[in-house]
Design a binder for this molecule. Structure first.
Ligand code: ADP
Length: 365
């Protein structure tokens, strides 16, 4: 198992694109860390630097205390699972799973073809160990009945499972996942998330997982690393990142629909103690539509632009003088018409304040 540490890691690609900028990150043994952020924020590059698939421009990466800057990928004892499954189409699932392992033993056997029976016995033992690892991975991922099939005869989800299995059989120090579920449909994605989570619980292996999907990040990670423009914005548990976003970017990136922002105080008497010039953040579910006779609550009024029906809930899309597009997510039954002035109660315990300057750093009032 492994502890992975990045110290002041920079990556500039030829041509001058700064993909990773001064990244400091310590990933503890057995931890499940998710790198999350919009496309182009540098999360894949960070992962590839850890894997050794890209060379770092400056800084230091260590695995279990050993600096690996100059260690080739194959010697880092890390297994990576990509978005594209990269399975060998002419091989069965079993052969795909065995491939990395057998290549090592084949190499040795060629060198020692004529060696003693003792060696051959050891070789047979190794083969048996390979078989055992395959059986174990297949059982963990529900692939037992598919071992003799070729990838062409598998569904997308099954192929991705084989790709994960191939990482498992290597018994690596750490698993790296690069958007492994992006090619799957929504239902399968949720299913595979569950399997990856279960696999992590079972194997307790250090895992670094890259996704642009904040919901996937929230459901999988022990900790999230939110990135933007190559820079880490916040590191924290899903709960911390959701409840105490470090800046406006994190606040709007994490959570669906995104947080609403109001320029300046919106209800003078309640928010008079709010920091001067601050931007006020309110999540869509911290707003509640009030009926006419509930007037005593702290409220604002906003014009309804339209309603998005989600089945059990609805998103009211509204306009307010200090917030161009305001979203309220509600399970309340109510008849609303476009153009209505809707009264919204604000949960005063669920307010966030951010600086109006720079990255919009969080302000604790
Ligand atoms: P993400 O995984 O968050 O989508 P990447 O790490 O792939 O982001 O990319 C970060 C930045 O580096 C982007 O601006 C991207 O265009 C650039 N980039 C990625 N790979 C290369 C490359 N091989 N050569 C040049 N620029 C690259």
């Amino acid at each position: 198992m492994a502890r992975v540490e990045l110290k002041q890691v920079h990556k500039t690609y030829p041509g001058g694109v700064v993909a990773v900028d001064a990244v400091d990150l310590l990933i503890e043994d057995r931890e499940f860390v998710v790198l999350v952020g919009p496309s182009g924020c540098g999360k894949s590059t960070t992962l590839r630097l850890v894997a050794g698939l890209e060379e770092i421009t400056s800084g230091e990466i260590s695995i279990d205390g050993r600096v690996v800057n100059r260690v080739p990928p194959r010697d880092r004892d890390i297994a990576m699972v990509f978005q594209s499954y990269a399975l060998y189409p002419h091989m069965s699932v079993r052969q795909n799973l065995a491939f990395g392992l057998q290549r090592r033993s084949r190499h040795r056997s060629r060198l020692r073809r004529l060696l003693s029976p003792a060696y051959r016995a050891a070789h047979a033992e190794e083969q048996q160990a390979v078989e055992q690892r395959i059986a174990h991975a297949a059982a963990m991922l529900g692939l037992e009945d598919l071992l003799e099939r070729k990838p062409g005869a598998l569904s997308g989800g099954q192929r991705q499972r084989v790709a994960v299995g191939r990482a498992i059989v290597r018994d690596p120090k750490a698993f790296l996942f690069d958007e492994p579920l992006s090619n799957l449909d929504a239902k399968l994605r949720v299913e595979m998330r569950g399997e990856i989570k279960r696999m992590h619980r079972e194997m307790q292996a250090t895992t670094i997982y890259v996704t642009h999907d904040q919901e996937e990040a929230m459901t999988l990670g022990d900790r999230l690393v939110v990135m933007k423009d190559g820079v880490i914005q916040q590191v924290g548990s899903p709960r911390e990142v959701y409840r105490h976003p470090a800046n406006r970017f994190v606040a709007s990136f994490v959570g669906t629909p995104p947080m609403n922002f109001f320029a300046g105080p919106i209800v003078a008497d309640l928010f008079s103690d709010s920091p001067a010039g601050a931007v006020l953040g309110v999540r869509p579910d911290a707003l509640r539509p009030l009926s006419a006779d509930e007037g005593e609550y702290v409220h604002i009024e906003a014009e309804l632009l339209h309603v998005e029906n989600l089945g059990d809930r609805r998103d009211l899309i509204l306009r307010h003088p200090q917030c161009e597009q305001l979203v309220c997510r509600t399970a309340a039954a109510g008849e609303w018409q476009e153009g209505d002035l809707v009264t919204l109660e604000i949960d005063p315990t669920a307010l966030h304040y951010f600086s109006a300057e720079g990255v919009g750093a969080r302000i604790e009032p």
